[in-house]
Design a protein around this ligand. Sequence first.
Ligand SMILES: Nc1ncnc2c1ncn2[C@@H]1O[C@H](COP(=O)(O)OP(=O)(O)OP(=O)(O)O)[C@@H](O)[C@H]1O
Ligand SMILES: [Mg+2]
Length: 418
Amino acid sequence: MRYQSFSLRQKTALTWWNRSELAGYDGLICDGSVRSGKTLSMSVGFLLWSMTRFDGEQFAICGKTIEALRRNVTDLLPKWLEGIYTFQERRSENRITVTGNGRQNTYYLFGGKDESSYTLIQGMTLAGVLLDEAALMPRSFVEQALARCSVEGSKFWFNCNPAGPDHWFYTEWVKRCGEKHLLHLHFTMEDNPSLSRQVRERYERMYSGVFYDRYVRGLWVSADGLVYDGFDPARHVSDQLPETEGRCYVSVDYGTRNPTVFLLWQREKSGERWICRKEYCWDGRKRRRQKTDGEYAEDLQLFLTGYNLQTVIVDPSAASFITELRKNGLPVQAADNRVLDGIRSVSGLLREGKLLFSRECTQTIQEFRSYVWDEDAAAAGVDRPVKEHDHCMDAVRYFVSTVLMRAQARVRRRPERL
Ligand SMILES: Nc1ncnc2c1ncn2[C@@H]1O[C@H](COP(=O)(O)OP(=O)(O)OP(=O)(O)O)[C@@H](O)[C@H]1O
Ligand SMILES: [Mg+2]
């Protein structure tokens, strides 16, 4: 690994445990912007500390899931510490043995969100815990992991991106770092010397609203008010649509008692925008008549007349409707329904001006103006939009997460395969 010279904050995360003025702290919290070098400097610091201070002990390295942990941390450790320590991993046992300078310690991998992790960590005796993305783990798991640290001199190492100001990790740990004897370092993208200005600016363009405040500025701010505060009819709605490519996608939010929505999407021919050309909404309650799966499938065929369909992306919970569409010979894909990731992607695309809606999509435009964050949920530390007038919003999100974001992820992965 070729390091760029470390920033001051990165140096502190690496060496605080070995500096007389800071060594008395019982742990370290690094929070702040995305891509700011928290994980790298903290993980290397954790390994240096544990391998210098202990021999023959056990440690836990935890991520949101084991998969995410491997991708972001443990698969990279041998590269990050090349020539200093030797790593031997038993993947089936989620265990890594690290050897160097005549010492050997064992590191167990846990995914806070993986069901089995909570029970597995319960019986252990640990000399230290590293929690990567601590705010994304269940509180019970984090508390259990910390309770296992009974070895003299053990320390806690946390890092995360900010969430809302009522999130338990902020109120219990970040705000109370003084009384808990924890060193708190707030990172920004400037702390990562390997980020070029262009890349930093790209990240700044990717986020808007609450996500900008959290992921770019690194602040613990609440999600309140409009979910899509960057939606601007002057910029995102038009009567005159540009010329589009032939094929289309349809995204579907399906309800038996709630409304059903279809949105039809096409790509701009000479440009990067995706156009939502038309919508279909049926509110069975308002119209006092529910439709059957068969009727909805017929309506969809009608909706598609004259268009060259690529795929229908359907609300993953609509199993019976998916079956009905397949029976009708339509290519169907279950939608990616991760709400917050989806909202973040839609906000980013709106900010970049990559989504355009036909003025005919009146229901969708209306929902953009009324789709708000749930204040009660926010007070309990949870980010969630109010589940009302959200059917077109769900269909927009399904299209963006399932078609556009997956395509972007494929493009990003390609160079690594070469
Ligand atoms: N001093 C450095 N030298 C070289 N590369 C670095 C340095 N600091 C960070 N990087 C690289 O920058 C990228 C982002 O760093 P890292 O994953 O540690 O950030 P993060 O703050 O944990 O981000 P996120 O919040 O998105 O998890 C990584 O690819 C990392 O290897
Ligand atoms: Mg990280």
